[in-house]
Ligand binder design. Structure first.
Ligand SMILES: *[C@@H]1O[C@H](CO)[C@@H](O)[C@H](O)[C@H]1NC(C)=O
Ligand SMILES: *[C@@H]1O[C@H](CO)[C@@H](O)[C@H](O)[C@H]1NC(C)=O
Ligand SMILES: *[C@@H]1O[C@H](CO)[C@@H](O)[C@H](O)[C@H]1NC(C)=O
Ligand SMILES: *[C@@H]1O[C@H](CO)[C@@H](O)[C@H](O)[C@H]1NC(C)=O
Length: 591
């Protein structure tokens, strides 16, 4: 009987929760978002606006902050300028979602209201303390210093977590001491809890030219003491920002709670390097007794040898443990590469990557990144190629779907590895330069072969973006080079059009196959090679769409050897509902 009652109670709770989730988000929104809805609705008006990537309805966005799953909702906060499309006046924007695909905008979560954050609410994270989310973030205080602050939900029973309290008797909780550069002391990580009963958080700092990931400890999460030693330090690479420190399983793709430090695991320290504006990560071991992170063998204090999270256009990424589906999910800021004048014209700047599940490869060395499975809900019409021979010099158009909003999965198969050009060790130093030297008239051995996306229909492909591979022979093994050419991506003035390159960490000699997954969304192209081992995110601004032209998608092979397309699947993607208000909810009374 008692059991039955419990079951009833549980079922009752579940149904309430479901109703709540379905009903909440769209009705409780910030009225500021109403006016600008028309401005950005639909693609006809703004061809660069994305359809299924996270972005606010207008204005500047940079780093993702404090992502979490709480009471049936995903939350994403982000660095946000509420009054303009350029960086400045930084606050925490806030959106919620039930599926990580469709998002509803809420009021600002943190604004510049107190002496300890009056000049900006910069990046930070969320930690669950006794089951409730707590924000740690960097404030720029009234003396223009970086300080760390804490904020609590005003009402933890509200799944929307709309209001946050920054107690003035606690804040700031960390101030730059004598040896810390007050301009470079920021981005507290999600906390983790040790066997000794202390919480920890990692903070990036510049210590007279040395990069340190400082470790702070606390018993109550409010009163923090700096540890004598940093979690990790580097002498050679300048300031490290946005540290993210988390355990990864060696035997499963499941994510782990940040406090797990037993079992078959490794730890990952991920960070942004101000010097290169790229995100890197180190895999290693966390010694909880000494409170230090020890990278695995093979990593020297030389950033040129560290794995880059994404070889394209991302920065300041942030991951979180999704307790609902037991996975770790990564967000990354993708900045614009058009001109400031264009950003002012568009009224917005900055998007987030599509959320990626991340886990450690079975080799224990590489992070794998893969768009979360929820992306499938956006798939519309599909076209397919199977065992399609792409002869030397061939270019083949994929037709039947609209391709400016698409997901392409392709697997290339090489009949043989004979004839690959010879590898030179100097290639490793600068793969982008190597990619830059590849031209259409340069007939390689194996490759270049790959995709041309967002191509104008005009004969000669005046505008197009190329993502392609080339295989080299290095004594007894083969090296796969991945490249992106943006040089013809746009005829618009003032656009930054770099070439990106990277060697893909994959052994192609076994099955002679290499896969590429590409998400195309108007002005962003995310690329995942070899099942997510190497990622390259691009920003492109094709001009041909302004004249009503549709964009083309092609597979091509400029190598002197034929390539087989084992399988290609391409889907047209639906538009997600991202931070756009619904007219039904415009009335202030409903807020
Ligand atoms: C910051 O806000 C002030 C006051 O609203 C405004 O004058 C200024 O232009 C803003 N700066 C940026 C970069 O948007
Ligand atoms: C807290 O939020 C819950 C759920 O939304 C609500 O029922 C309750 O009235 C709120 N409490 C206060 C004090 O606002
Ligand atoms: C903060 O923690 C330190 C070290 O644990 C302790 O000495 C100090 O008394 C604490 N301060 C407060 C206000 O609790
Ligand atoms: C943003 O874009 C510019 C090119 O427009 C680029 O040079 C810069 O490194 C990018 N990244 C960041 C983090 O600002």
């Amino acid at each position: 009987m008692a059991r039955l009652r419990l079951l009833h109670a549980l079922l009752f709770q579940i149904s309430i929760l479901v109703i709540k989730i379905d009903a909440v988000p769209s009705s409780l929104l910030n009225s500021d978002y109403q006016q600008i809805q028309d401005h950005c609705f639909g693609n006809e008006i703004d061809p660069d606006r994305t359809a299924f990537h996270f972005q606010p309805s207008k204005n500047w966005l940079n780093d993702p902050n404090g992502p979490m799953y709480y009471k049936g909702l995903y939350h994403l906060f982000y660095q946000y300028n509420p009054v303009g499309p350029l960086w400045g006046n930084i606050t925490w924007g806030h959106s919620v979602s039930t599926d990580l695909v469709n998002w509803e905008a809420l009021d600002l979560a943190l604004d510049r209201t107190d002496p300890f954050d009056i000049n900006g609410c910069w990046s930070g994270s969320v930690t669950f303390v006794a089951g409730e989310p707590v924000i740690l973030y960097t404030g720029i205080d009234d003396k223009q210093r970086n300080v760390q602050n804490i904020a609590f939900p005003k009402n933890g029973s509200d799944p929307l977590l709309r209001e946050w309290v920054k107690p003035s008797d606690y804040n700031p909780i960390m101030v730059p001491g004598g040896d810390i550069d007050p301009d470079n002391f920021r981005d507290p990580s999600t906390g983790w809890f040790g066997q000794d009963g202390y919480w920890r958080t990692a903070v990036g700092a510049n210590m007279k030219g040395r990069a340190e990931i400082l470790l702070y400890k606390s018993q109550d999460f409010a009163n923090w003491t700096r540890n004598e030693f940093p979690l990790h330090e580097s002498l050679s690479s300048g300031m490290w920002e946005c540290p993210d420190f988390f355990p990864v399983s060696l035997s499963s793709r499941d994510g782990l709670d940040p406090s797990v430090n037993t079992g078959n695991i490794k730890h990952v320290l991920k960070f942004g390097l101000m010097k290169t504006l790229r995100d890197y990560y180190l895999v290693g071991t966390y010694d909880e007794k000494k409170d230090v992170f020890i990278p695995d063998e093979g990593y020297e204090d030389d950033y040129r040898t560290w794995p880059v999270l994404d070889y394209g256009h991302i920065y300041a990424s942030k991951s979180f443990f999704d307790g609902k589906k037991k996975r770790r999910i990564l967000w990354s800021w993708v900045n614009e590469s058009d001109s400031e004048a264009d950003d002012i014209k568009k009224g917005w700047s900055g998007i987030q990557t599509f959320p990626r599940a991340i886990w450690l490869d079975t080799n224990g060395k590489q992070l794998i990144q893969w768009p979360i499975e929820e992306i499938k809900s956006l798939r519309k019409q599909q076209v397919q190629l199977r065992d399609f021979e792409l002869q030397s010099g061939a270019r083949h158009e994929i037709t039947g779907i609209s391709t400016s909003q698409a997901n392409v999965d392709v697997e290339f198969e090489l009949p043989s590895l004979e004839g690959a050009e010879l590898f030179d060790d100097s290639f490793l130093l600068d793969p982008s330069k190597l990619c830059d030297e590849i031209t259409p008239s340069d007939k390689g051995g194996i490759g270049p072969f790959g995709l041309l996306v967002l191509a104008s229909d005009v004969e000669g492909l005046e505008e197009h973006t190329g993502i392609f591979f080339k295989v080299y022979k290095n004594s007894d093994k083969y090296m796969v080079l991945m490249c992106s050419h943006l040089r013809s991506s746009s005829r618009r003035e003032g656009v930054y059009k770099p070439t990106f390159g990277a060697f893909v960490g994959v052994d192609i000699s076994k099955d002679k196959r290499i896969s590429l997954r590409t998400l195309i969304d108007h002005s962003v192209v995310e690329n995942f090679a070899a099942g997510g081992r190497t990622c390259m995110t691009l920003r492109v601004y094709p001009k041909h769409v302004l004249t009503g032209q549709t964009s083309g998608l092609y597979v091509f092979n400029l190598g002197s050897l034929d390539v087989n397309i084992k399988e290609l699947n391409a889907w047209e993607m639906a538009r997600a509902r991202v931070n756009i208000r619904n007219d039904e909810f415009i009335s202030k009374d409903s807020v």
